[in-house]
Design a protein around this ligand. Sequence first.
Ligand SMILES: [Zn+2]
Length: 594
Amino acid sequence: MSLRTHCLRLVWLFLLLVPALLSAQGKVQKSDDWLVGRPQHAVLDRLEREADFPNVPLSSGLVVVVTIGGASSESLVIGPVAGAAPRYAEVLNGWQREFGGTNAVYWSQEDDAAAAVLKDQRGRIGASTSTMALPVGVLLQRLRSEAQDVKLAVRLPLHARLHSAPKPVAESKGYVYYDLSAASVETILRVSARLPAWAPWLFWGFFAFVPLVAFAALGAGAWYGSRSGIPIARRRKFYPKIVQYPIYGSMAVHAPFAFFTLTSRQLYPIADLWLGSTSALVFSPLLFAPLPVLFLSTFLMARIERKLFGATENGKSDIPPPPEPTPEMRQHLAQIQRVSYLIAGIGIAFLIAGWVFIDRKAVGSGLVRFGGISILFLSSSLARVICRRSVEIHESPVGDPVLEAEVRELADRMETAVRSAKVDRSALIVDSVYASVTRSGDVRVSPRVVIELSQEERRFLLAHELAHLKLRHFRQRLIWVYAPYILGTAPVLTVFLSLSRPEFPKLPPGYAFGSMVIAGAYMAVAVRILFKRQEYEADRLALEVTGNLDAAESALRKSMFGWTMPHMHDIDDQSTHPAMSRRIDALRKLHGVA
Ligand SMILES: [Zn+2]
């Protein structure tokens, strides 16, 4: 369980850190690409190849690229490195004022060009048709007073239509290109666009389907979980299914749909007509919009789950209280939590600073973001390291000769090697009956295993952990779960890498992200199947070695001690462990007691 969490965290850390680090390097070396970034370079390359336009760095003259849809336009002026970018911006501003425009104009002095851009955004939410007129002839004339040679390209998305269009010079990736360098001063671009009838459905399906299903499932779970008329055992059984299955199901349905929507650029017409944007990236915040509501709803669900799966008053009196007074350990745990929130807050502050307040051109701004991400992901580990100093004794596992002897005896019988056997008094597990083993053979148990389990019960629990070693379960997990997952997520790395290293070969982003989604789904299913099978196998071998069914049963029952929600162990929908009742049934069957 903890191994998997660590692996996942490492994978994510790896995925996030590599691009952060590389983009930091890229920033230092290449200084800057702000207005003329990678997408604009691709456009310039195409124009150079197919319409004989000059490419950057220009020696003289200007290249103007006007991207225009039904309700959005972007007029980009690119000149030589020595050109006066603020001057281009003034020309653009004067031009738009003449026709009543009041949009912001940006300029940037770049290492391979001087550039200015004017973005006109006129979208209206719900609009299904729209038209635009842009007097580009006048702009050409004004710019000719800045430079002799001015080339004008118009880039039109496929959902828009240009009235009285000349012959296109190039076509690619959802756009048609026109060369209007020879346009007269009267030339006005008239563009009309119409939203395909199914586009709004695609849009709402893309952004709202999964959140709506999730809210409905949470609502249904809350309603069902709190119906006192239904027997509690039944509610415990069906509550997790009601909440989880629709959410996973909707994600599975959504993945191929999302893949189609993104690869076929179906969101672009909506970005244009509804928000007046020349890029569908404008919708990115929508992906995160449901998160605050989902986050708040977890508090409501936690209340219901405490009632459903928490210890009943009767159950509480059956279970002995924790063996030692632990207020200081609890304090320690609370302290770790506070410190880790604090550290996470610092990480978030670094991230925000790196993205918002520090100039993207500044040397080292990438390093600030890199630091923020690292701090954020390592916050709980860092908190442990910092807090360990103050309460050393509760954190370091202590040796126990009796436990050690029991483990060695079992290991000899099972012909497997252990390295150490110790009592772990750390705050996280001190209240529980808990045993674990690492890949390299370090057995750890919580104090309650030594104090409250009989020798026979403890032998079963320890034999179960050793069985994971003996049966090479860690290697199985690596081969069947972690390795395929890492392989499936690796293509996404090439996409991130290519952000800062254009020469780096990359897979189309749609395929790379699709492969990551499939790998994630595969891992979720594989964990459920493999880990549960391994628990049954370990139980079976442990019973064969110890031979005491009663002790095995009571050891399993006692491992529910000390959990705030002991009845969670009744559920079969957990990812790694089968329901306790099923494990006990399986053991009885082995012994012929059905
Ligand atoms: Zn196990």
